[in-house]
Design a protein around this ligand. Sequence first.
Ligand SMILES: [Zn+2]
Length: 195
Amino acid sequence: MTPRLTPEQLEERRAHGARATERAKAIVKPGDVLQFTRCGGVRSRATFIGWEGQWMCSTSLSDIHALHVFKLNGDWVSFADEGNPDPAVGDVRLDAKVMAFHPFFPDETDTTLLADRMVFARAPHRCAICLGDVLRGERHRARTERINEGAGRVMTFRFCRLCCEAMAASWTDEGKAITERTAIGIAASRAEVST
Ligand SMILES: [Zn+2]
């Protein structure tokens, strides 16, 4: 259930939407490919053809809001205020920093990357770095690879919220946070081996 907003909060939400629309109007051109969320967080893709007031239109849709757009021509984008992301989308500025971090470098296993994206956990998982929990509903990175060595198999690696934040921080903290998260995982796996 959505909590009831005060008139001030509603006004701020409307103003935030208008700011996002202005930013998008300055950038998005007909023919651009948009990826965005629709009701219920469903993700969709469409080619932008023009504006109808505050709405972005494609040939079949006329109600795409700039706040819900998360990719423009394949690149991560956000028209939201800094630090004020759409909860159904997450913070795409942070996502771009997380995705740019290669979690297994310099692993030389022969693999093919099949998918790498931020998702909401439908079931509990285990983090591939710290070996801690990825909770049901937690927004996290999921990276699916085909291991081409041996018999070959497909594996999905999950990274918890804290490890994602550490990946994003790696671009400014010289890897300090992600090194700490990795150390937690190494200690956890040693503890499992010795028991
Ligand atoms: Zn983790």
